[in-house]
Design a binder for this molecule. Structure first.
Ligand code: FES
Ligand code: FE2
Length: 383
């Protein structure tokens, strides 16, 4: 696929910054009030306005084969995802229409000819329609569809399954993703395969994690013993697509290429070797396109000062055979434990501990961190 124009202009910006040896920064210093990271009213408004109204990424397409179902609990609403024989992904509340039992238990997809309630056996097809009730004559007549599973708005695009966790809500990914619809195909997310998912809860506000992935300012210090040697200091190009943010963080190889007056890259693989593409897909998803795999991170505010972290490692299909497993195991533990847990998440948790001390009325966002302020503006404008 040809380089999307937004990505081409980010690459050109990186080329110029490397050539001039001068990072291009934002215009203003901004201040984020600390209450935004612990106020329970703000957290409740975020859940209502962002996590119940917007399309959220619930799975990678490879997690659900035709004829399978899985339980999804990461967003505070018990959801059930299915893919029926015709290949269509659907989402429902994971709640039986008889007396409300949870229907599917497993977060990992399982083959299911039908979904049978473990309590009294009401059975549903994967399209959510009620197929069978034991002793149906014990129940009066009902209107067509009245006892079907409650569907949630669901759509599949760019290799991802998106759900709005509110029955009856609308879902319009053309409108919601805007310019990201042009850029995401370049990253070939649908060609990947899930390798591993880590689900964990941490004592920090969810936005502290997003903040950490929106600025390269910290790489040199926080990540000095892990990933810093692979990156240039502070050279990045970021762009807004509505509330979403797309950025490219220059790797050392970008500086070397520009110094050697070599051509700038145009294919997906070449781009990732020179600069790391990353997104905040509003409100709660972070992508990091490492040179040969994708970290897809979704977040949920389980409370004002706690978050749920779900990190999916997605690898190329042709490198997902068993002989690749030791390589990905090692890679995943380096990035998830060594970098994310010990460095980025460790910082978020330690910032949270000091937010209520009165040391800071606000957190300060410098000109190298302007995308952090963009994200907070996008959140605040929707509450
Ligand atoms: S609660 Fe599901 S069949 Fe009774
Ligand atoms: Fe980081």
């Amino acid at each position: 696929m040809a380089l999307p124009s937004a990505l081409a202009s980010q690459l050109e910006s990186i080329r110029r910054q490397c050539a001039d040896r001068s990072p291009c920064w934002g215009d203003e210093v901004r201040h984020i009030p600390v209450e935004r990271y612990y106020d329970s009213g703000i957290r409740d408004a975020e859940v209502e306005q962002l996590f119940r109204k917007l399309p959220l990424i619930a799975a990678h397409s490879s997690e659900l084969a035709p004829g399978q179902a899985l339980a999804h609990d990461a967003y505070g609403v018990p959801m059930l995802l299915t893919r029926d024989a015709d290949g269509r992904a659907r989402a429902f509340l994971n709640v039986c229409r008889h007396r409300g039992m949870r229907l599917v238990q497993h977060a990992q997809a399982q083959d299911k000819p039908a979904i049978s309630c473990p309590y009294h056996g009401w059975t549903y097809r994967l399209d959510g329609t009620l197929r069978h009730m034991l002793h149906a004559e014990a129940f009066g007549p009902c209107a067509q569809g009245e006892r079907d599973l409650v569907a949630l708005p669901c759509a599949e695009r760019h290799g991802l399954v998106w759900v709005v966790p509110s029955p009856g809500a609308a879902i319009d990914l053309d409108d919601f993703l805007g310019g990201l619809n042009d850029e995401l195909p370049f990253h070939e997310i649908e060609s990947l395969q899930l390798f591993r998912t880590i689900d964990a809860e941490y004592a920090a506000n969810w936005k502290l994690i997003v903040d950490a992935f929106l600025e390269p300012y910290h790489i040199r210090v926080l990540h000095r013993d892990t990933i810093a040697p692979f990156f240039t200091d502070g050279i990045t190009a970021a762009e807004r697509h509505g509330p979403h943010i797309s950025s490219l963080v220059a790797r050392r190889t970008a500086q070397e290429r520009v110094d050697a007056k070599g051509p700038m890259p145009s294919t997906t693989d070449e781009v990732r070797r020179l600069a790391t593409p990353s997104h905040v897909i509003f409100p709660n998803t972070i992508t990091i396109f490492h040179p040969d795999y994708l970290s897809l991170i979704t977040l949920y505010p389980t409370g004002p000062e706690t978050l749920r972290w779900t990190h999916r490692m997605l690898v190329p299909k042709d490198k997902s055979t068993p002989d690749w497993t030791p390589h990905w195991e090692k890679t995943f533990s380096l990035i998830e434990q060594g970098v994310f847990q010990k460095e980025d998440i460790h910082c978020a948790v330690n910032i949270q501990k000091g937010l209520r001390t009165g040391a800071n009325a606000h957190l300060t966002v410098g000109r190298m961190e302007q995308a952090v302020a963009w994200f907070h503006d996008a959140v605040a404008s929707r509450l």
